[in-house]
Design a protein around this ligand. Sequence first.
Ligand code: PXL
Length: 278
Amino acid sequence: MRSVPRVACVNDLSGYGRCSLTTALPVLSVMGVQACPAPTAVLSMHTGFPDFTFTDLTDQLPAYFESWSHLDFDWIYSGFLGSVGQAAYVRAFFRMQREKNPACRILLDPVMGDDGRMYSTYTKELCSAVRELAAGADVITPNVTEACLLTGTPYHGEALHTDEAYALADRLLSLGCGAVVVTGIVRDDIICNLTCENGSRELTAVHRTKRLFSGTGDLFASVLCGALAKGRPLSEAAGIAARFLSDVTQYTMEQNTDPMEGVLFEPLLARLGEGYDA
Ligand code: PXL
């Protein structure tokens, strides 16, 4: 393993709103991981705000990835995609990197929606493209909405019974990915993540705040990616990410900010450095 693991972060750059690359880059850096961004789109702010500019970078991607062809990455962390065409370029990038380095692992966060709804820039075609990408990933991290969209399961809220969550995870695994972490399964005052890998299932719970904040999925996947890149097993990495999310949402609640501002992770970021995951 490299002393500083190298991760390609395929995600959008949103100028305001604490999500995607503006979350992934600081988290990975503080965890001692080199984060190399490949921006899929540039937005002035995330799509939850009423007015945002959106510049699709699909046409840039082939040359961007080609210029990286002499590099090899330990992990590829792929998130928000701006267009259907982009998915084909990202898939080709996965293939090229795997050929270069068979040990390269892929974490796909299928960023498509939340709370039963698709994000405004997402379409059915883009969902199908993300499903194909998921098939080639080592780990995927859908929330309940995304897990339903990926598997064609009717959505009826985040409060899944254990057997429903297991069935959903089995359907996700049958897409062809290596492992699944279903995030944000809600039970009264706890929030659970279901980690499924190599035939084992682990449902872990942390304390839940009463308010929902945007960008929590990105923060979870970023911390998970950092811990995986540092060599942690998936179930441990998921536990570290869940604990950090719980701490950060608790802190954010206390600050009483607008949920659209996302989670105020900055004051707690340093905790992710040496020691937090001990
Ligand atoms: O947090 C997920 C996300 C990522 N990227 C963009 C978004 C969102 C959620 O709204 O709009 C651009």
